[in-house]
Design a binder for this molecule. Structure first.
Ligand SMILES: Cc1cc2nc3c(=O)[nH]c(=O)nc-3n(C[C@H](O)[C@H](O)[C@H](O)COP(=O)(O)OP(=O)(O)OC[C@H]3O[C@@H](n4cnc5c(N)ncnc54)[C@H](O)[C@@H]3O)c2cc1C
Length: 380
C-alpha cells in the first residue's frame, strides 16, 4: 500500500485554521498579527527554503520610505494620494515593526537617509517644498533638507555629486537580526513553521483548502488542510497567480572588507533609488543598479549579474572611496516582486485565498503593515 498519513498526523500535524505560504517579513508579520488577535488559532507557515529564501534575508537593511528622487519619479506613474498612502504605509509599518520587535533586536540605527545628487541632475527648492508639504501630515514635520556640505563629511566624489538631500527619519537595520527576531516572535505566539517545504498546489473546495507539498522522504505528496490560506511569496507569486501584475526583480548586493576610516555613515540612495549604499560594521554595502539590465534581472534565479557587479565596484571606488581599492567579501542576490506601480497587491483572491505580494524595493517598511492587512483579510 502507498504511504498514507496516520490518524495522529491527521489530527495534530495536518489541520490548521490558517496556512501562510512564505516565511519572509510579510508572511511572518501576517502570522504575528493573526495570533496577536486570535491567540488560539492554529497557524502554519510553509517555507520552501531551509532558510527564508526570497528578499527578506537578502536585502540591504534600509528602513526607508522613499528618497526625494524616487518619490518624484513615483509621482509620474501614481497620483498624489497613492504616493502619500504608500509612504504612510511604509512609515507606519516601520513603527509597528519597531514596536513588535524592539530597536535592539532589529539592530535599528537612526542615522538618517541621504540622496547625493549627481552633476546634471536637479531637485529644485520648489520640488523639495512640494514634497515636504505633501509628507508633513505623515511625519509631523519637515522631512527633506538640502545639506550639500555633507558631501565633504562623507568623503563623496564632488566631481560626480554636486548636492545632497538629507532626511532625519530614515534608519538602517541588520536584516538577519530582524528576521531571526521575527521568526522567534511568530513561534512564541504559537505559529508552527515548517521549512524546506515547497508548496506545489492549492485546491479550494466549499469546506476548506488543501495545500499540497512534496514529502521527499516518503516519496509521496502530503496534503495540509486549512480554513483559509495566505500566499506571501512575493517575487515568486506567478506560480499561484499567473494573471496578476507581478514580476520577479533580482537585486545584487556587495559588502566590502572592513575599511579603516570609512566616512560613509547612514543610508544613501542615488538615481531614483536604483543605486544604494550604507555603512555596516565598518564595511561598505552597495547594491542595486538593476536599471542597467532590467530584463536580465527579471529572474527568480539567485545568480550574479557580472555587468552590474563590476559597475557597482567601479562606482564605489570612484565615487565613495576616493579611488581606494578594496575587496568585496560578501556578494549575493535577492529576488523582489514588482509591478507596473509600487502599490502592493493585498487582496482576497477567492473565498479562501488571500494574496499579500509585490512588496517592491521597500518591503522592510511595507512588510509589517502588509502582513497586518493580510491577517485582517484572513480573519474576516
Ligand atoms: C537585493 C535587495 C535589496 C533590498 N533592499 C531593501 C532595503 O534596503 N529596504 C527595504 O525596505 N526593502 C529592501 N528590499 C525589498 C525587501 O527585502 C522585500 O520587499 C521584502 O523582503 C519582501 O518580503 P516578503 O515577505 O513579501 O517576500 P520574501 O522575503 O521574498 O518572502 C517570500 C518567501 O516565500 C517563499 N516561497 C516562495 N514560493 C514558495 C512556495 N511555493 N512554497 C513555500 N514557500 C515559498 C520564499 O522562499 C520566500 O522566503 C530589497 C530586496 C532585494 C532583493
Amino acid at each position: 500500500m502507498a504511504y498514507s498519513s496516520s490518524l495522529w498526523e491527521h489530527d495534530s500535524f495536518l489541520k490548521y485554521n490558517y496556512i501562510i505560504i512564505g516565511s519572509g517579513i510579510t508572511g511572518l508579520s501576517a502570522a504575528c498579527s493573526l495570533l496577536e488577535h486570535q491567540a488560539h488559532a492554529r497557524v502554519l507557515i510553509l517555507e520552501r527554503g531551509l532558510l527564508p529564501s526570497g528578499a527578506s534575508t537578502r536585502n540591504a537593511g534600509f528602513a526607508c520610505f522613499g528618497s526625494p528622487g524616487e518619490i518624484l519619479s513615483d509621482l509620474k506613474i501614481m497620483n498624489e494620494n497613492e504616493v502619500m498612502n504608500l509612504v504612510a504605509s511604509r512609515y507606519q509599518g516601520l513603527q509597528l515593526l519597531r514596536k513588535r520587535l524592539g530597536d535592539e533586536a532589529l539592530g535599528f540605527e537612526e542615522k538618517g537617509g541621504h540622496e547625493p545628487i549627481p552633476n546634471g541632475v536637479v531637485i529644485s527648492d520648489a520640488e523639495l517644498h512640494y514634497l515636504n508639504d505633501l509628507l508633513a501630515p505623515i511625519f509631523n514635520g519637515k522631512v527633506f533638507t538640502r545639506k550639500t556640505n555633507l558631501l565633504t563629511d562623507y568623503g563623496l566624489n564632488k566631481k560626480y555629486f554636486s548636492d545632497l538631500i538629507f532626511n532625519p527619519f530614515e534608519a538602517q537595520i541588520h536584516s538577519g537580526k530582524m528576521m531571526e527576531a521575527l521568526l522567534k516572535k511568530a513561534a512564541s505566539l504559537g505559529a508552527k513553521i515548517i521549512t524546506g517545504c515547497m508548496v506545489e498546489k492549492l485546491e479550494e473546495t466549499n469546506i476548506g483548502m488543501s495545500v499540497i507539498v512534496h514529502d521527499h522522504h516518503n516519496h509521496s505528496m502530503l496534503t495540509f488542510k486549512a480554513d483559509k490560506v495566505a500566499v506571501c511569496t512575493n517575487g515568486f507569486a506567478k506560480q499561484f497567480f499567473p494573471d496578476k501584475d507581478i514580476l520577479p526583480a533580482r537585486g545584487q548586493v556587495l559588502v566590502s572588507e572592513k575599511i579603516p576610516h570609512l566616512l560613509v555613515n547612514g543610508t544613501f540612495h542615488v538615481d531614483e533609488g536604483y543605486i544604494y549604499f550604507r555603512d555596516v560594521e565598518g564595511r561598505l554595502l552597495i547594491g542595486g543598479a538593476r536599471n542597467l539590465d532590467i530584463l536580465g534581472e527579471q529572474s527568480t534565479e539567485f545568480e550574479a549579474n557580472e555587468k552590474i557587479i563590476s559597475f557597482l565596484k567601479q562606482f564605489a571606488i570612484e565615487n565613495i572611496l576616493h579611488q581606494r581599492e578594496c575587496n568585496f567579501e560578501f556578494q549575493w542576490s535577492g529576488i523582489m516582486g514588482v509591478g507596473a506601480n509600487k502599490i502592493p497587491i493585498i487582496e482576497q483572491v477567492s473565498d479562501k485565498i488571500i494574496a499579500g505580494i509585490r512588496m517592491g524595493g521597500m518591503g522592510v517598511a511595507l512588510g509589517t503593515a502588509s502582513g497586518e492587512k493580510v491577517a485582517k483579510l484572513l480573519a474576516n
